[in-house]
Design a protein around this ligand. Structure first.
Ligand code: URP
Ligand code: ZN
Ligand code: ZN
Length: 466
């Protein structure tokens, strides 16, 4: 039995057209006008709705641990589906003494396989850069995990990486087509400023931003770009948040270096005034890099529109406010004890549509490219992120007439707050197909635990090819 989606406005990264989409089994087998259903096919009337490829969120944390506090896991991945995301890519911190591939495989067997409700892939995070581990980087490509990240920030945490490790990762990674990503912030600058602020009694959540201003991100971004130049390897900079770091990425790219970057939905709509909210509210917005001011937000909107940045991720990090974010509250504690990151899995498309497409900051095609098509290409997911024949039938039927308000109470992220609480939402994913199976209907998740499948990426992703 197939599915015929009739008369929707099909949006791709190249443009949009009224067309029908035919799904045969798990794949898209035809796109055109006047397609007809076969016996027993389900026919969905999508007149007046947009047909988008299922989103690919290349930056999520279901397994992140900060100072002993762990995020919600894959059991909440139904939230991705409701938000129009059908593939998530999770970062797995290498366990000390374990191989990169082995760490991912062990995690996925216990924490993702049989649990995930959307398709999933993994990035390795190298934390223990012994000679043996560096030599083993090409095995990531063979295992279908062709991307790895290094954290330049977080001094003193086991996952912090020095320049030595980054350079070696870039050199070894390029032999096998592994794309190296960096969280670019200068760890020493942050550490020094943090200690000074705490000594001065400046411990409230707002000082998180003061402890890591734009220059901290710009310096590390530039350094990573130099390391990539030295290694003659591509580089992908995750969560670019400020004009200065953006200028570094753009300058490198313009002079012909293979340097690319993403930003995240929260950096486009939130700012330092959120961190300054009264009481301990600001803790909800503690993420790294820190939220910036209005001028940086506007620069980011321009950058995603003009292709200076090529993806928008969620950087979803499901820490509860009442328990986990409160680790930074009270006598002897500070912003530095607040687990970094915010829950945003369900609202990436909602935010981009409402605050990007509706006011004319992004075209629908550009949105599709940023939230699905390019992230799939960067990560070597050659059946994801596009409405095209032969691609996985991961499809969002988007109703642009819906109007609502975002709230943690009504979402499915399993976290006790949302950084977008009270935000107006225009439009929503009404129906979502995952490889041809309906997993969201009337904006409710109707799939099942374990329906998501591991997707292997191919090496030499788009960062090598552009
Ligand atoms: O604050 C953040 N972004 N937390 C998640 C880990 C990271 O740095 O990406
Ligand atoms: Zn990060
Ligand atoms: Zn992250």
């Amino acid at each position: 039995m197939g599915t015929l989606i009739k008369n929707g406005i099909v949006v791709t990264a190249e443009g949009e057209n009224i067309a029908d989409v035919y799904v045969d089994g798990e794949s898209i087998s035809a796109i055109g006008t006047g397609l007809t259903a076969k016996n027993n096919d389900e026919v969905i009337d999508a007149a007046g709705k947009y047909i988008l490829p299922g989103g690919v969120d290349q930056h999520v944390h279901f397994s992140f641990t900060y100072k002993g506090s762990k995020t919600r896991g894959f059991e909440t991945s139904n939230a991705a589906a409701i938000g129009g995301t059908t593939t998530v890519i999770e970062f797995i911190n290498q366990e000390k003494g374990k191989g990169l591939v082995e760490t991912i495989d062990d995690y996925r067997k216990t924490d993702a396989d049989g649990i995930a409700m959307v398709d999933y892939a993994f990035h390795s995070v190298m934390t223990d850069p012994t000679d043996e581990v560096i030599e083993g980087i090409p095995k990531l490509a063979e295992a279908g995990y062709p991307t790895m990240k290094l954290f330049m920030a977080y001094k003193g945490q086991f996952f912090h990486a020095d320049d030595d490790a980054i350079l070696k990762a870039l050199q070894k990674g390029k032999e096998a087509g592994v794309t190296v990503m960096v969280h670019a912030e200068n760890a020493d600058m942050i550490d020094t400023l943090t200690k000074q602020l705490i000594t001065e009694g400046k411990t409230a959540p707002y000082y998180h931003a003061v402890s890591r201003p734009p220059v901290v991100e710009a310096e590390a971004t530039r350094r990573a770009i130099y390391l990539a130049e030295l290694a003659d390897a591509p580089l992908y900079v995750v969560h670019v948040t400020c004009k200065e770091a953006l200028a570094e990425v753009k300058a490198a790219y313009t002079r012909g270096q293979k340097v690319f970057g993403e930003t995240c939905a929260h950096y486009l709509v939130l700012d330092t005034s959120d961190l300054a909210k009264p009481g301990f509210e600001g803790a909800k917005y503690v993420c790294s890099p820190a939220l910036r001011t209005e001028e940086h937000r506007e620069a980011l909107w321009e950058a995603v529109d003009r292709k200076w940045l090529n993806a928008i991720s969620s950087d979803h990090c499901g820490f509860d406010y009442a328990q986990q974010k409160h680790m930074g509250y009270g006598e002897g504690n500070s912003f530095a004890d607040i687990p970094n990151g915010a829950p945003s899995l369900q609202n990436r498309l909602n935010i981009l549509w409402t605050y990007g497409v509706c006011p004319g900051k992004l075209s629908r095609s550009r949105l599709v490219d940023l939230y699905a098509t390019t992230p799939a290409k960067i990560n070597g997911l050659d059946k994801k992120g596009q409405l095209a024949i032969g691609f996985d039938a991961d499809i969002v039927i988007f109703d642009p007439t819906y109007e609502g308000i975002i709230s943690a109470e009504t979402n499915s992220e399993g976290v006790d707050y949302s950084p977008f609480e009270g935000f107006e939402q225009k439009g929503r994913a009404e129906t979502v197909l995952l490889r041809g199976q309906k997993i969201v209907e009337h904006a409710k998740y109707i799939g099942y635990k374990g329906q998501g499948r591991l997707v292997h990426g191919k090496p030499f992703g788009a960062a090598y090819q552009w």
